[in-house]
Each structure stands twice: as C-alpha cells, then as structure tokens.
Design a binder for this molecule. Structure first.
Ligand code: HMG
Ligand code: MG
Length: 298
C-alpha cells in the first residue's frame, strides 16, 4: 500500500497576522514568507486583498506580494473577497487565490457584509480571472463547526455550501473551525457529510486551536481521507470578525503530529521553531493558539 501524503498550507502571514493591532512592517512580512519557504513550506498564504478599512493589517498587500522573492516550487497565494481583490492580487503576482464565505449567514454578514449567496456570486468573476491566469482557487467555509453568533452549525448546512463552491469550480475547499470549538466527533460528522458532496481529495482542514482540540480535529479529518491541513507558524492568529477566535493550529504541531505517524512533511522543525520565536518578537504579537479567551459576541 502506498503511504499517504500530507500537504501543509502555511497561513501565518495572512491569518496569523491579520488580527494584530500593531502594524507589522512590510519588510518583516516579506522576510517571514522567505523564512517559511526556507523551512520547506511550499504553499504560503501571503496576504489578503481585502478592504484596508476592514483589515488595516493587510493594507500593504500590493507592496508585499510584489516584493516577495519568487522561489521554484513555492506557491504564494492571496485571500480575496471579490473581483477587485482578484484583479489586484493577480496583477501583483499571486500564484493562487483563496475566496471565503461561511456556513453561517450572520458570520457572512459580519465578515463580508453580504449573504452567503451574494458572496458566492462574487466568486464567479474571481474564478474566471483565475482560469485566465491559470491559477488555482481555494474556498474557505468559515463556521464549519460553530459560529460565534449562531452557535453549532449542522453538517448538512456546511456540506451544502461546500457543494455550491465545488459546483462553481473552486479547486479546493477548506472547511474551517473559525473559533476552535469543534470536537473530533463533530469534525468527523461534518467531514462525512461534506465528502459526500465534494471529493475528499479536494477538501482541506483549517482548524483554529482556541481550546487545544485542533490537532484532534486534524486526526479525525485525516482518518476520513482529508490530506491537506492549514497551520500558522507559532500558532498565530484570529479573525477580526469572529469574537473568540483564538490562534490557528501551530504549523509546528502539524509537523510533529504527522512525522510521529511516519509521514514526512519535508519541513525543517528547527528552522520553523526559530521563525516562531522571531515572529513573536515582532510588534505586539503575543499570540499562541490558546492564549485568547472567548468573549460575548457583539
Ligand atoms: P463593503 O463595504 O460591503 O464593500 O465590504 P464595498 O463594495 O461597498 O466597498 C467598500 C470599500 O472597500 C470601497 O472603498 C471599495 O473600493 C473597497 P472606498 O470607496 O470606501 O474607499 N474594496 C476593496 N478594497 C481593497 N480590496 C478589495 C476591496 N473590495 C472593496 N478586494 C468587503 C465588502 C468584502 C470588501 C469587506 O467586507 C472586506 O474587505 N471584508 C474582509 C474581511 C476579512 O478580511 N476578514 C478576515 C479574513 S476571513 C478569515 O479570517 C476566516 C478564514 O481564516 C477561515 C476561518 O478561520 O474561518 C479564511
Ligand atoms: Mg482562519
């Protein structure tokens, strides 16, 4: 039997930094992406072409992406909410795009000021531009387990949103536990429902680690065939429009988990640990996946 492979997607420069109040220097962000590539990460979500009024930390998206040193075998992606973002990201050299919606209407409104259906409609021109440019498109589905405003989300609701995204041509769908409240049992039910609608090879797991359960959720998704997982170096991160969103699962934890299973990740832990140490010294960053506590939604 051939050994299964895992793909680790680094989202630290985008999801890890977007919630930091103190602006991180563009040069430091560029250095971070370079160091992550040195560590062996091949897919790096570098920035977000979203409204700078909504997420000020990502306002330097253009300068950042344009000045990233290109490296063979390393794909720099950009998060985009609409055609305007896609145009700018591709012009700046994005090698992959990521769109985002949610399995919760309230979260969709809070995060993107539109309904789920309106959000998905905005992805059609993004996909057309991506096809022209020959770049792949990932779609995130936030609140795939819980919503900070609506509570638990039923698996069939998540599966339905994923099916719609797959239907319009998204290449990969990242089911996302935005606030880290998921459990392995509920992750399994959500992945089972979703993988009936979308080939499991096109699913990715994006688990925030607020309550220390992200790695167990990874294990649950892996046992059902998911082979792509997101991490942020040092466990950085959170979403500005998700009260209670703790950091992402640390990329280091993913590497340790899979290497212990005998699955090579190609990532150098020593280099990664140095990056985690360095990135925490930047600006006000004191992140660690589990050092933030949930607050009552506004
Ligand atoms: P809106 O206010 O409804 O949009 O925002 P609008 O079309 O009325 O535009 C308002 C202003 O934004 C205009 O500028 C547009 O030009 C500008 P103004 O004329 O006022 O100066 N604008 C843009 N600027 C730059 N890039 C763009 C862009 N589009 C419009 N692409 C919008 C709608 C979607 C733009 C806004 O809600 C937004 O930017 N939201 C982003 C929120 C965000 O980034 N959240 C965090 C990322 S998602 C996440 O973290 C979850 C994830 O990690 C998975 C998980 O864990 O769950 C992915
Ligand atoms: Mg996230």
């Amino acid at each position: 039997m051939t050994k299964r492979r895992v793909q680790i997607v680094e989202v630290g420069p985008r999801d890890g930094l977007q919630n930091e109040k103190t602006l991180v220097a563009t040069a430091d962000k560029i250095a971070l992406v370079g160091m992550l590539a040195d560590a062996g990460l091949c897919r790096i979500e570098a920035t977000a072409f979203v409204s700078p009024r909504w997420v000020p930390q990502m306002a330097d998206h253009d300068a950042m992406l344009r000045n990233l040193p290109r490296r063979a075998g390393v794909v720099h992606s950009a998060l985009v909410p609409n055609e305007k973002g896609a145009q700018a990201a591709l012009a700046a050299g994005a090698q992959a795009l990521a769109v985002f919606t949610a399995a919760s209407e309230t979260f969709s409104q809070k995060n993107t000021n539109c309904t789920i259906t309106e959000g998905i409609a905005r992805f059609e021109p993004v996909l057309a531009l991506a096809r022209q440019a020959g770049v792949p498109v990932r779609a995130y589905v936030s609140c795939a387990l819980d919503c900070p405003y609506e509570g638990e989300i039923a698996p069939h609701v998540v599966a339905d949103v994923c099916a719609r995204l797959h239907g319009i041509g998204c290449d990969e769908i990242a089911v996302s536990d935005t606030i880290g409240r998921g459990t392995p049992q509920r992750t399994a039910r959500m992945v089972e429902a979703t993988s009936r609608m979308v080939p499991v090879a096109q699913l990715a797991g994006h688990f925030h680690d607020t309550y220390g359960r992200a790695i167990d959720n990874v294990a649950a998704a892996w046992s059902l065939g998911v082979g792509i997982f997101d991490g942020a170096v040092g466990g950085l991160g959170g979403c500005p429009y998700a009260p209670g969103a703790g950091g992402n699962l640390a990329t280091e934890a993913l590497v340790v988990h899979f290497e212990a299973l005998g699955i090579e990740t190609g990532i150098d832990m020593a280099v990664l640990q140095n990056i985690a140490f360095w990135v925490r010294s930047l600006a006000s960053i004191d992140a660690g996946s589990r050092n933030r506590h949930e607050v009552t939604p506004a």
